[in-house]
Design a protein. Structure first.
Lengths: 105, 274
């Protein structure tokens, strides 16, 4: 209960800012586009659409993100704010083909 | 096949380490084995259910249902681990030395077993549902070679169980006077590690600010995907580039549970000397 109260303290803070939205498609176990460029120091919303019938896990240790996306479904992942650099991500269930990079400028 | 083995190993390892530590910590409590097995079974059934409803869970709360689900599961596990450790501080030393002390505490022992059931069930649930989804993906793919990959999955799962059993057997070899402190410390760190992971999901869902993120970046020194990185991630909550808020949760859990253990231990000493 205390934790819920604690979280609700921050809600007004996080809802206030308008986030820019980027879209990412998973198709045939590949990310399209494989590179996404975003501005530094800004939080963005990544809309991932999995067009494959099989599930995929979006995973990135450098971005500190992991999320399972069911087959034929969409998911939202918040990223950043980040400092400039290259951040790799992969589809953990198909790491051979599902590779991508977020470039922060 | 090797790639499949590694992925399943990673999923199974976390649950196996948690089960290994708890199995050791509760070895003197009568009936704990049955509850542990029931927890694993319930967790496996739950995994299949969660895997089937991934889509529905994901769509809850405007697309952050999965993060909320994980954060809540981890949050409950943290509370149960806290309860376990505080309970052990007031009963555990007697148990570790003399199993027959259990008799008069049989009712407390039962609630301890329910906590054990929940912790194990939730650990299996979280890691298991991802494994189920992954294996489903393989089974559904049209590329062929499924049997080799499923064999890989089985190998990975077995390897994870072996490591879990290893930590269990290792803990049992400890001299009695260290055993209690060692298992308590491991459970305390597990709880803090889960609190940090819970914060990680809430940050990902944009419900909590990350504060400074990353707080540090040690991915080039000790990557989280490495074997040591994976083990440390589960045991002490190692994160190669955590958000500041994760550390806040980590330390808060350490301090809160540590205090509870200390106070429970004090109370026991007072009762004994009275």
């Amino acid at each position: 209960m205390r934790r819920i109260l604690f979280i609700s303290l921050f809600l007004p803070l996080t809802v206030a800012a308008e986030d820019s939205v980027y879209s990412l498609i998973i198709s045939e176990h590949r990310f399209q586009p494989a590179e996404i460029t975003i501005p530094a120091g800004q939080k963005i919303k990544l809309l991932v659409e999995n067009r494959d019938p099989t599930p995929e896990e979006f995973e990135s240790h450098s971005l500190n993100r992991e999320k399972v996306i069911a087959g034929k479904s969409k998911a939202t992942i918040y990223i950043g704010p980040l400092s400039t650099g290259r951040y790799n991500f992969e589809g953990e269930f198909n790491p051979k083909t599902a590779q991508g990079t977020i470039i922060v400028q | 096949m090797l790639a499949t083995a590694i992925i399943i190993f990673r999923e199974v390892l976390e649950a196996a380490l948690i089960i290994g530590i708890l199995a050791a910590a509760t070895r003197a409590i009568s009936g704990s084995r049955r509850w542990l097995a029931a927890g694993v079974l319930a967790g496996l059934i739950g995994s299949a259910l969660v895997a089937v409803s991934t889509d529905a869970i994901g769509e809850l709360a405007n697309g952050i249902g999965q993060e909320l689900f994980n954060a809540i599961v981890l949050g409950i596990a943290v509370l149960m681990l806290a309860w376990h450790n505080i309970w052990m501080s007031s009963h555990g030393k007697a148990l570790a030395v003399n199993a027959s002390a259990m008799g008069k505490d049989i009712r407390d022992g039962r609630s301890e077993c329910s906590a054990l059931f929940l912790i194990v069930g939730l650990a299996v649930l979280r890691e298991g549902s991802e494994s189920v989804l992954f294996l489903y993906g393989i089974a559904a793919s049209e590329e062929g070679g499924q049997s080799a990959m499923l064999l890989g999955g089985l190998t990975g799962a077995l390897a994870g169980v072996v490591v879990g059993y290893g930590i269990y057997a290792g803990l049992l070899r400890l001299p009695v006077r260290w055993f209690f402190s060692a298992t308590s410390a491991l459970v305390l760190l597990l709880a803090a590690s889960m609190a940090s992971q819970s914060a990680h999901y809430l940050i990902q869902a944009d419900l909590l600010p990350g504060i400074a993120s990353p707080l540090w970046d040690t991915s080039s020194v000790l990557p989280e995907q490495s074997a040591l990185g994976m083990v440390l991630h589960t045991l002490i909550g190692y994160d190669s580039n955590p958000a500041g808020m994760q550390l806040v949760f980590y330390i808060a859990a350490l301090v809160a549970i540590g205090m509870g253990m200390y106070l429970a231990g004090e109370q026991r000493n007072v009762q004994k000397s009275a």
